[in-house]
Design a binder for this molecule. Structure first.
Ligand code: ADP
Ligand code: ADP
Length: 223
């Protein structure tokens, strides 16, 4: 599955954001728990091949990620912390557009695919509403739909629940749990409860280092 070996990253200003990170993940939900500034986003962006490491390797199902970023991106779903939306475009139009770019060329097939996706994230009712008029929770669910296009085998979700009300968070969590049944899902967050409620496997991360890794129940007294 996902194997990270000896990953290091120091920013030009001298901040060491990744300090010899080693990690091996199977299918399911993995929680990366750490305070702001721990290096979580750096790690997420590096796995997503949006940023280079100074040294180390990442392998996903036999793909050397740094050598073949294009291969990785085909099977990757990435939900960044802050993602922009085109405010004057509807969810349906946007997903249809991305699906076309991702290679679903038949418009009937695309229509069905996009409708399924909108049902899945509970936005079908709001499919024609412009993204700029979505609530925070709806926007997050749209982000998930976007990340799910193409049935990714590796899904990265960076600090997802900021600004969501409890009901929206709940919905979002249920959706994430479903995803873990068929993919490696990495959830990066500073919220302990999100990890203990959702993840089968977790690590505590700080100053670019994994401090402990294991089952959230086993680790609960160290959190
Ligand atoms: P987290 O996502 O856990 O908040 P980050 O990966 O964003 O952590 O940041 C880790 C450390 O690296 C922080 O000290 C942050 O200020 C620093 N950092 C992040 N991005 C950059 C950058 N582009 N240039 C310099 N320092 C950065
Ligand atoms: P987070 O760490 O929660 O993702 P930040 O506010 O640290 O959010 O980072 C937002 C953006 O600014 C990121 O793209 C990050 O790479 C960049 N950044 C963060 N810290 C620094 C820094 N000290 N110098 C330059 N860029 C930074």
């Amino acid at each position: 599955m996902l194997t990270i070996k000896n990953l290091n990253k120091t920013y030009p200003n001298g901040t060491q954001a990744l300090n010899d990170v080693n990690l091996s993940l199977e299918k399911g939900m993995f929680g990366l728990l750490g305070p702001n500034g721990a290096g979580k986003s750096t790690l997420m962006r590096t796995i997503a091949t949006l940023q280079l490491a100074d040294s180390g390797t990442i392998d996903f199902d036999g793909i050397d990620v740094f050598k073949h970023p294009g291969e990785l991106r085909k099977i990757l779903g990435y939900l960044p912390q802050d993602f922009g939306v085109y405010p004057k475009v509807s969810a349906k139009m946007m997903l249809d557009h991305i699906a076309r770019v991702k290679g679903i060329t038949n418009s009937q097939e695309r229509k069905g695919y996009v409708a399924d996706l909108l049902h899945k994230v509970n936005l079908y009712k709001f499919r024609d509403r412009n993204l700029g008029d979505y609530s925070g929770g709806m926007r997050q669910r749209f982000g998930i739909a976007q990340a799910l296009l193409g049935n990714p085998k590796l899904i990265i979700v960076d600090e997802p629940t900021a600004g969501l009300d409890p009901l929206e968070r709940n919905r979002f969590h249920n959706l994430l749990s479903e995803l873990g049944e068929n993919a490696v899902v990495i959830l990066s967050t500073h919220i302990v409860d999100d990890v203990t409620n959702l993840c089968q496997n977790m690590a505590v991360f700080n100053e670019g280092k994994i401090l402990v890794q294991g089952n959230p129940q086993e680790l609960s007294n160290t959190l």
